[in-house]
Write a protein that binds this ligand. Structure first.
Ligand code: BEZ
Length: 567
């Protein structure tokens, strides 16, 4: 690298031939990590048979590479230096592509944003371009404690590596290991900022990730992809409906289709989304409460062929027109793959479903309904949001790592008084909801800051209430992620909760359900309701808030669903 640091790099070459289009994988998880060799990654032996060289590099400060690992910070320069090195090798024909999931995808967005001319195509799967938006925070500004578990695992690796190299302190290893024995404790501890072990061994996690809850300049230095115009490569973008990074999967695709630097870049964006979550069970699309069937696994989804045809086109220039659908989605409910010409789908009819019902909507036995227009009578639903008694996360788009995420039943939450439940009648005809989902709410609070959450749920005839997508809005960030503004207690604010999106057919016999509350913990950190530095507060500082949803003609609180009608 430019500062003399050596990164361990292995080169896999086809048996015959002298120079090859080259695929680069950069990983902080070691060059022997299973997921480099298994779907969603393409099969490395088939890649070589197809005439590709493959280069696998261990990121700075990991495994056999020198230097110190700091999440995200060195990847742009190291990636760019590696592209320079590859293109100068006799076995590279001058055309480079990249692939890999998660962190291995994030580093691809870094490389793409350098504008390196040898980089002809990237294939990031389950990976964000903007690290604030995920994994660390979210579009509504709430922190994701699951990302801290990842940070702690990386710290454990770092401390272990130091010991192997005869440096470091065995006591630190014991302390880190015992901290990792209590994964859920790591996500739920308060104050979140009180992390002496992480602070000592990987200060970035505390000083930057936890220390900068606003999307300020500290994030600019570690987030390379600020503007889609910087990206000059076609991309095969792969994601999962229950993946932590689904928001970024959809955002990168849509931004680059609309605002990519050139017509070729805009034309070169392709999207594949399965019913997958970030965890291993998620790649099988098998969750305790919902199994999506044999075609839903990453293995069965044809991702290997998708990579080959994409790279053949952009690295070998083999066919005039790339012969693959622009968008391929797994549509839940009917549990089928479907090819589409665009995301959002061109025939989407965005339809308001008003949060209605004559009477309080607290709990599933309350009066909440979904209706085509707002209720004539104004209605208020109030609930006590106590951060010491938050609504527990059940599945969804977490980073469960060692627990379950994905398509989980929400019905165990339905008797809580702090969960507002709005449900349709039992459907007599199927309704397809495929596209971006947003919730517009009119809300007030007794506090100067609090959160509002929304979930879209498919209620099956047997009572399972399966989460499809969700979102959260931290009220101080309702206007801006950089310029927090507190509320006036009692004043009504109109907010939009970004619920990202889904593809689901609600079948006859099912109900459409929307849940509104103020916490979803530990998927998101709890708002302490004080207006203080949330990560610095413990339970003794937290206060309960009375939060209110306003609905009716004056306050048309509603979810906007992307409705698709196909014969
Ligand atoms: C991952 O590679 O899975 C990952 C990386 C950073 C934060 C969270 C997850």
């Amino acid at each position: 690298m430019r500062d003399g640091t050596a990164l361990a790099t292995s080169v896999w070459l086809p048996k015959s031939g002298s120079s090859f289009p080259t695929l680069l994988v950069r990983t902080p998880y070691g060059s022997e990590m299973m997921s480099i060799f298994a779907p969603p990654s393409p099969n490395i032996f088939r890649l070589m048979r197809e005439g590709y060289a493959v280069v696998i590099q261990e990121c700075r400060g990991t495994f056999k590479s020198d230097g110190i690992f700091v999440p995200h910070v060195h990847e742009l320069d190291d990636g760019s230096d590696t592209l320079d090195w590859i293109v100068a090798q006799p076995w590279c024909d001058g055309n480079i592509g990249t692939y890999g999931s998660s962190y291995l995808g994030m580093v691809q967005w870094d490389m793409a944003s350098t504008g390196h001319t040898a980089l002809k195509a990237i294939a990031p799967s389950v990976a964000p371009a903007d690290r604030y938006l995920s994994p660390w925070y979210s579009s509504g500004g709430a922190f994701s404690p699951g990302a801290l578990v990842w940070g702690a695992l990386m710290t454990l690796n770092k401390v272990g590596r130091e010991l192997e190299r005869g440096q470091g302190d065995p006591g630190a290893m014991v302390a880190m290991a015992s901290m990792m024995l209590d994964i859920s404790g790591l996500k739920t501890r308060v104050p979140l900022l009180d992390q002496p072990l992480l602070r000592e061994h990987m200060p970035w996690l505390v000083d930057t990730a936890l220390g900068h809850p606003e999307r300020d300049a500290a994030w600019d230095s570690s987030i390379s992809v600020e503007s889609p115009a910087k990206i000059r490569t076609p991309a095969l973008i792969i994601g999962g409906w229950y993946d932590l990074f689904i928001g970024e999967t959809l955002r990168t695709y849509t931004e680059l289709r609309l605002k990519g630097a050139t017509a070729d870049v805009r034309d070169g964006q392709y999207l594949v989304i399965g019913p997958w979550a970030h965890s291993m069970n998620g790649l099988l699309a098998m969750y305790p409460d919902r199994i999506f069937g044999p075609t839903a696994t990453v293995e069965a989804s044809g991702l290997h062929d998708a990579h080959i045809s994409f790279f053949d086109h952009y690295l070998k220039g083999t066919s005039a027109k790339l012969d693959r659908p622009r968008v391929r989605l797994f549509v839940m409910g009917i549990d089928q793959w479907r090819d589409e010409v665009e995301w959002p789908l061109p025939d989407t009819i965005y339809t308001d479903f008003h949060l209605s019902g004559d009477g309080p909507a607290n709990t599933a036995s309350g009066a909440g309904t979904l209706s085509a227009g707002p209720s004539i009578n104004e209605q208020k639903d109030s609930f006590l949001y106590d951060p010491r008694r938050p609504v527990p996360t059940l599945g969804g788009t977490g980073l469960a790592l060692l627990e379950w995420d994905g398509a989980a039943d929400q019905s165990p939450l339905h008797e809580r008084d702090d969960v507002l439940v709005f449900k349709s009648e039992v459907l007599t005809e199927a309704i397809e909801v495929t596209g971006p989902v947003k919730c517009h709410l009119f809300v007030s609070s007794s506090a100067i800051d609090t959160d509002f959450t929304a979930k879209l749920v498919d209620v099956h005839p047997d009572g399972r209430a399966i989460i499809l997508c969700d979102g959260i809005q931290r009220m101080r960030y309702r206007n801006s992620l950089t310029d927090p503004q507190f509320m006036v207690p009692g004043k009504i604010y109109e907010i939009t909760i970004d619920m990202i999106g889904t593809a689901n057919v609600f079948l006859p016999g099912h109900r459409v359900m929307v849940e509104i509350s103020s916490s979803n913990f530990p998927r998101y950190d709890r708002n302490s309701n004080t207006g203080g530095v949330i990560a610095a507060e413990d339970e003794s500082r937290m206060v309960a808030a009375v939060n209110t949803l306003h609905r009716g003609r004056q306050h048309p609180s509603r979810i906007v669903l992307p409705i698709i009608s196909r014969t």
